[in-house]
Design a protein around this ligand. Sequence first.
Ligand code: HEC
Ligand code: HEC
Length: 333
Amino acid sequence: MKRLILLSACALAASAQSKSADFPVPLGLPPIPWPADNPYSQARAELGRILFFDGRLSSNGVVSCAFCHIPSHAFSGDTPFSAGVNGKSGVRHTPTLIDRAWGKSQFWDGRASTLESQVIGPMANPDEMGMLADGVVQKLRDIKGYGPLFAAAFGDGAVTFDRIAQALATFERTIVSGNSPYDRYLAGDKSALTKQQKDGLDFFNKKGECAECHSGPVLTTEKFVNLGIGMDAANPDPGRETVTKKRGDFGEFKAPTLRDVAVRAPYMHDGRFKTLGEVLDFYAKGGLSNPHLDTRITPFYMDEGTKRDLLDFLSALSGEGWRKITPPSAFPE
Ligand code: HEC
Ligand code: HEC
């Protein structure tokens, strides 16, 4: 009996500890769903932050994750395409990394299921970081200063690729955005949005039917949809079809979060729109006609006033959390 009581006291203490050690999320976001096999710890997130900014994870020593996922740009690319180690640009726009913790799948076509399994993608891509898993592991083992950081994060100083991926994924889950005027409005502060923003929200939910795909705490359902983006190219990017092998999925891409969308130009998977005004004009016209266009994308009437309201509303989706993240002041030697 005594032992049982002791055990349950321990369990209580342990659960209290894991709660207080969890990463705080700003208003409007649910708790971060930490995977059972990669729980949060500050040391793990901190190691991930350092790895994220360290150019030595690439073959030329310069191209870090942050090189393309620019922190001040809500961790997205500020040009249509980003060039990697060999100076060659990719064929898809660098998406934002904010609120990926709640993502159902990774990449524009959803080909990776978790943040952990996503990491090998950019690392091994010869046009991105150009380093195979063994190469990265060897390089980090040779940097003695990383040993203690791995020990703090994982219990011993062994450097493995799985641990690199786990630490990066932990850091990525801390790139959050919440407590925007929109969140404060939903939480009951009716003055958090201006009259224009409220009108914009109304249009967004009703006439514009935007919430059909951009809804929920992260403002995306992560549905794969063909809006016609890229369908006018000589060789259109098949998008989701490459993953599912279903012809019906041709030209479908994942609906992105709209959080902080105002600071994330250019837009869409091919970065074709320089402004949100251009994005709205595109939707009002009913997307780009092609045999696979989603049936929910139909033209709507939008006068200048409505457009301004919508733009004002979209700017109310800019929040905080990710803005506090800074590059490390020094890298391990
Ligand atoms: C050379 C530029 C470049 C580098 C370097 C780079 N990325 Fe990316 N990243 C991209 C592009 C482009 C995509 C979209 C590719 C696609 O969807 O096919 C992407 C997609 C992602 C996604 C999926 C996001 C989503 O919305 O589905 C994650 C997560 C990600 N990168 C994390 C990382 C991490 C972690 C690193 C460092 C290990 C990294 N990236 C390095 C350009 C880059
Ligand atoms: C049927 C689903 C659907 C509906 C409805 C929809 N979107 Fe989208 N949205 C998407 C998808 C999918 C993308 C990415 C398409 C691509 O790049 O090929 C996207 C991209 C965007 C982007 C660019 C984000 C970025 O990171 O590049 C903005 C802004 C946007 N939508 C706003 C809106 C607004 C405003 C409305 C309503 C007028 C709307 N969306 C309606 C699915 C939808």
